[in-house]
Design a protein. Sequence first.
Length: 254
Amino acid sequence: MRILVTNDDGIHAPGLDVCVEIARALSDDVWIVAPEFDQSGVSHSLSLNDPLRLRAIEDRRFAVKGTPTDCVIMGVRHILGDKRPDLVLSGVNRGSNVAEDVTYSGTIAGAIEGTILGIPSVALSQSYGAESKQKPHWDTGLRHAPALIRKVIDTGIPRDVLININFPDCRPDDVKGVAVSSQGKRDIDWLKIDPRYDGRGNPYFWIAFDRVKKNPPGRGTDLAGLADKRITVTPLRLDMTDEPFMTKLAQVFS
């Protein structure tokens, strides 16, 4: 099995090395194509107005001055040539990618692009909290991911579906199991704008996150699974059509 590994935290991110180890537990034909710099939050963006700069770091390891989407396209369409990958692994992201995160995440986007290209794709993310922020439990994904990915592959990922896996913020032995989960939803007030001023008195702004008391996560969601120290597995579809409302609109405009 040929595996293409990418991420959004950048070519030097520790989570990328963890993902490579996970991939090498599954195959000895592993290729890495990752962004030259941190691309967190770029979602499924393409570099259309800037050239892509490709840098070979070592055998089968490349950096691209671009987004995770660029990296997957570069890997599949250029670097790997006629032999396409059988699996795309994106991650392991430093921080969870659950709920609305999936619309912002470059990690998810790497798996989306692999899925668009017809390749089974899995996004991997490691949750962390205040205590583990500087040192996430990378060994949790390293311990549990290979067997989990094998089961998913053996089950068969449907076309146009990607798999989003999140590891809880705990040691490998403290994981309570696997939760096959739906995409959750956070409180709408968690994002805010933090206004500041530079040395010349000019205003600038940070997008920030409010640490407010949250409502309990919905049962059966990825948020609830992580809170319960479970590995969450969420299948996501490329087709975002809302069929019930499409049917209602069809009746209105018929």
